[in-house]
Structures are given as structure tokens and as C-alpha cells.
Ligand binder design. Sequence first.
Ligand SMILES: [Zn+2]
Length: 549
Amino acid sequence: MPVRSLGSGFAADGFGPGFGVVAGSLGPGFGVVAGRFGLGVVAGSLGPGFGVVAGRLGLGVVAGSLGPGFGVVAGRLGPGVVAGSLGPGFGVVAGRLGPGVVAGSLGMAQVAAADGPRRGRAAAMVSKERAGAGSAEEPTDQLALRRANLTRTLRHIRINGPRSRAAIAAATGLHKATVSSLVDELLTRRLVREIGAEHSGGAGRPGRGIALSPDVGAVGIEINVDYLAVHGSDLTGRTVIEKRISFDAMHRDVERCLDDLTEAARRSLAELVRRGVTPVGLTVAVPGLVDVARGVVVLAPNLGWRDVPVATRLAHGLAPGLWIGVDNDANLAALAEYTWGVAAGTDDLVYLTGEVGVGGGVIVNGRLLRGADGFSGEVGHLPVEPGGTPCGCGRVGCWETKVGLAELVRRATPDAAYGLLDGPIPDPQERIAEVSRRLSAGDRAATEAVAEVGRWLGHGGAILVNLFNPRVIVLGGYFAELADHLIPSAQANLARLAVASTAARCHFVASHLGFTAAARGGAGVVVERMIEDPTAVSLSAPPPLASVH
Ligand SMILES: [Zn+2]
């Protein structure tokens, strides 16, 4: 009988008819014995109160197995010992004092015991053994496998379009019966729907096509200095809502901003419901440093926010059960750009938000670069001019003081600079329209301002090229609106300043996604999350927001 040490406990393996298996740990109070097929077994621990019994055929047992002659389990009194196994005459589990020891196996006797601190390791080993043996009788394993296959099915349909069950089975290598069962679950969860017959190309009658469902969707909402942007879409990627709402964050305190944001979110979610789409989640895009895991905005200089628990705050005002995420606006916009934008599929790209603040979303090798704390991409605060203009972040000479919308407006339309006007704050697009009008009229201040912003755009772009070697720098927000004026001088300065400019072949391109890129990316993140875990979507038919109108 092989006996191996596992952590500070013991494990024993052994099988074959008529053999017992015994495992015990050292020290009083830990004794465990388990038996199997063909032998009576008794076990006890040393010391009072720790009774452990393992049984077999026809014997009473502390923790039992299913049916006579099956499996053996040994447990003890006290917390954290449970185990069982299925299969004739096999399976032994033992536990010991201390929290959390579990073991069981199918077809082979195993005993595992470990003390508290090593519990994780022991558990991991058990799981590994399970995976190696291809057995997945433990519920959590089964669920994980099921979830992974649901994701696989959903992703296959998303990438390849509507497919019959047979075609999905052929392409994924999953068994047909498995695919049928997976599709049934996805239909119940309303994540897919059946459409007309689809020929899979093989013999036999055509199966019905399975397509992504338009009944479930998500909302992205961006809060910025002078607007809120909303994008709602369904699982098929169809845009259901897209709008921008004028908003003045400069003259509202945090609480008021959050109230307005919650209200805008509530209305948008309700609108999605009215249009027949059940939202499962919402992502808020914020121009600042975001602790994505906690949903907290750590710092948003242009909003004047510091340590604002946005996700928690919104959760109080919205329907329960809704997933709420918070992320940096440039990161979300970069994801949207990478998925749907003018440079979609370009594995190395930098997206620049052209707003009052300037942020960067950096995609490297097809993945969003987040950095150690998730704060990468704060390119607006690259120091480019020592002793320059004060920035919203408290430093001076940051890149956004040279290329941010506030600076352009201050130079091109000094009579309408930020902070000067009373009354409703103009939408950024109105400000850009005015700059464009003045450019068309040959206004000197506007022409010089745009040329200067273009040069600085190339200056900062050169730093990004030196750092990340992107194939394209996608200009979002107002940069895109004025791209024809900005790109020539930006590209020229980039070529002059970037070390590898000739070889790098990096070009500025204007985004087509407009001011709602970040919101679109936010909705996309929710959809992606839903695909990653389709079981997170409520099985019940009533939409979680049915009450919100
Ligand atoms: Zn700054």
C-alpha cells in the first residue's frame, strides 16, 4: 500500500479487493481509518470527542457512502471534514482536525489530510488529480466544466454566426448530446434563440440555426466633464440606445454628480427594457484612475473626484442583481476601437481620448495594457513642458495642458473658454463646431491654435511610439472631429521626434466611434463578462429591471 505524505497529514492510496486503507495522522485526536470493499473497518481517533468511523457494507458510518458496498467516507466531529465518493467499493476519505479537508475520488482509494495552512495546497492537488483522471464528480468541477462549455458554445456562435447544433458539435468537438443540452440551457437563459433551418453541409436533415439573442443586453455610460454618453446594445451587438446628454460636472459636487449619473443610468436601463432588451449589467466609464476590482474611482482630476465608490453608490439606486462595473474611459474606448473601430483587430494600438482630459488606452499584442495597479494609460499627464501650465492633476506642463479640449478652446475661441461662460455649459460638439466655423472663415487664432495642438499631438505621439511601438494611434473625441486639421502637423512632428518613426510606420487615424466610444466599450465589457459566465445570467424569465420604468 503506497503511503505518501501530503502536507503535514497523510495520504494513503490502495485498492484491490479485500484490502483496507488506513490513513492516520500523527498526534492525538486525528486518527482516521477508512476501509473498503471486503473488510470491515473501524476507525477511531485518540482522545475524546473525535470519533471517526469508517464503514463499509452494512455498517453504520459517520459519513456514509451511497449504497451498500460502495465507497467509504470517514469524517469526524467538528468543522470542515466531508468527503465521499461514488463507485463500488472504492473511495476513501479521511479528515482530521482543523478546517477544511476534503478528499474523494472515483475508482481509487485516496485519503488526504492536511492541516489548515496547507489546505489550499492539498485541495489543489486533489483537484489536479481529479482533472488528470478525467473524473468530475465533485459538483464544483462539473459546474466549471459546464460553464466553460456554455462559454465555448456561445463564443462559437458569436464569432461564426448562427449555427445548427450539429455544426456547433462538429466545430467544437463536443458531443452532439452535450451541445443539445448546452443550447437548451442557453435558450432557457435567453442568451440564444432558434432561427430558420440551417444546413450544416453534411448529410441528414438540416437543424435549426442557433443565433445570439437580441433579448439580453447591456449599457455603458460615460461621465465626463461636460457630457454623459450612453450606449445600450444587445448580445448581437445591435445598438439599441446611443445618446449624449449635456452635463456640467465642473459645477456639481460629487454627490450631485452621482445622483445625476444614477438617474441617467436608471433611465437608460429602463429604456432598454422598453425596447425589449433585458439589461444584465452596466459599466460606468470615468476619466481617471479606477480600481476596477472594487469599482472605485481613485482619482479623476477633471471631475475633482478622489476615492469615490461609484459601483456601490450606483448599486443603491438601481435594480438589485444588476452587475455594475467601473473602468477608465480610455481603456473602454480602446477596447471598443479594437473591437468595432476603424483599426479593429490591430493588435498594437493606442487610443487617445480627446476631451478636456486626455487619456490613453493601450492595446499591446491584442490585450489591454493595465499595469501593476490598473493605472496605465495616463498619457494626458506625461510631463512635456517643464514649468508649463498648471494641470488639473496638480502638476504643471502635462500633455493635456497642450492638447486637451480646454486648451484648444482657450486659444481658438478665447471668448468661450471653459469656466468663463454662465448658463448651460456647451456640449463639446458645439464648441468644436464653433472652432470649425472659425477655421473655415480663416480666423487666425483658430488656425494657429489647431496647428499648435497638432504639433503637440505629434510630440506626445512620439513618446507613445517610442514606448509602445503601436501600428496606429487612434484619435478619439474632439481629435477625431478636427482630424483633417490636426493629423498633418501631428504626423510630421511624430516622424521628426520618434526614434523609430520610419520603421515603425505608425499613423494617426481618426476614430469613427465619436464621443460614445467609451460607453460602447463599457457595454461590450458587460457582454464579454456574460459570455465568460453565462450562468451568471438569471434563469428566471422576469427581467431584473422589469420594475424600473
Ligand atoms: Zn496633469
